[in-house]
Ligand binder design. Structure first.
Ligand code: XUL
Ligand code: MN
Length: 342
């Protein structure tokens, strides 16, 4: 089976970081989508304001109109929207988080904003809502009551589940950044909170490689855990050099063996057979020139495909022999050789 890929417009960014301004001109959404299509991308990942820029200052009619335009562009290009995620971390009203803000007015804003994201998803004919809980956590541990916060996260999920019974939601877990401590740092936490909602079957997860590494966990095992619960609604494959800031490097750029095992667990468990996409969340390096800023995406697809070929070549009989003899050194060497040889 061949996999279908998705990517988000933010992957081709202007290159600003904490220490410096933008270094590349911004590319219009339509151009990004055309280029994505050319690179073999089948679906686009969206934040609500990727679809409707400056969303907070637009009327419902304007939002509907602009989302309708993007839907037409997708149709014309033969693309679909994979998910829509309310961007609950940039608006001033989400400075203390969205659903878990200490200010009731701000919590209300988070619910309303999520509702708008669902409306946009409907216009795009998209049934998946993404929740990366950016600021749902603390900088100052004592500033939020954790039990109350878990309750508020469940309330937010229930609100979306009630508002539209046809959508599913994924939680994208991450242990830190931009907050010091996140309320749902791992796939296990996300799956557990899903169980507390009114329709847990519609709440799953998105495992991002970098986020697992930041939590000190193995991404392939996190993927496997979600697959075991039939809750892997999507993935954000990328790479990460240990415990640093969230790097969103090209897939395989730091740890090929770990990447191989992510592809292996996806292949072995028929990921994609339910319509799931292999999502990439890879950022162009700040040093890339504008014309070359799609390379993190195109290289990730290449690496994924090479690793998929290696998975298909994997000698399960030899693996069994090694396991029977408990000769794991031999098995490990076999995997390394498979990765090193062309
Ligand atoms: C943040 C992150 C986001 C989400 C989408 O670390 O990965 O880009 O994937 O909101
Ligand atoms: Mn992500």
């Amino acid at each position: 089976m061949s996999f279908k890929f998705s990517a988000g417009p933010w992957n081709v960014s202007e290159g600003a970081d904490r220490f410096g301004p933008t270094v590349r001109a911004s590319i219009p959404l339509i151009e990004k989508m055309e280029k994505f299509k050319e690179l073999g991308i089948d679906a686009i990942q969206f934040h609500d304001d990727d679809v409707v820029p400056d969303i907070s200052n637009k009327s419902p009619e304007q939002i509907e109109k602009e989302a309708g335009t993007v839907k037409k562009q997708l149709d014309n290009l033969g693309l679909v929207a994979e998910f829509v995620a309310p961007r609950l971390w940039e608006d001033i009203r989400t400075v203390d988080g969205g659903f878990t803000s200490n200010d009731p007015q701000e919590r209300k804003y988070a619910l309303n904003r999520s509702k708008t994201a669902v409306d946009i998803a409907q216009i795009l004919n998209c049934k998946l809502i993404g929740l990366w809980y950016a600021r749902e956590g603390t900088h100052c541990y004592e500033s939020k009551n954790p039990i109350e916060s878990f309750d508020r996260l469940v309330e937010g999920l229930n609100y979306i589940l009630e508002y539209d019974k046809s959508v599913k939601i994924f939680i994208e877990s991450k242990p830190n950044e931009p907050v010091d401590r996140s309320f749902l740092p791992t796939i296990g936490h996300a799956l557990a909170i899903a169980e507390k909602t009114i329709d847990s079957l519609r709440v799953g997860v998105n495992l991002e490689t970098a986020h697992a590494v930041l939590a000190g966990l193995d991404p392939a095992t996190e993927i496997a855990f979600a697959l075991y619960f039939k809750k892997l609604f999507t993935v954000h494959l990328n790479d990460q050099n240990g415990l640093r800031y969230d790097q969103d490097k090209a897939f395989g750029a730091e740890n090929l063996r770990q990447s191989f095992n992510q592809v292996k667990v996806l292949v072995e468990n028929n990921y994609g057979s339910g319509g799931e996409f292999v999502g990439l969340d890879v950022q162009a390096m700040r040093t890339q020139k504008l014309e070359e800023s799609y390379k993190a995406i195109s290289n990730s697809i290449k690496i994924f495909n090479i690793l998929e070929e290696k998975v298909r070549k994997f000698d399960y009989d030899f693996q069994k022999k090694c396991i029977d003899r408990r000769d794991y050194e031999e098995l490990e060497f076999y995997v390394l050789e498979l990765l090193l040889k062309s």
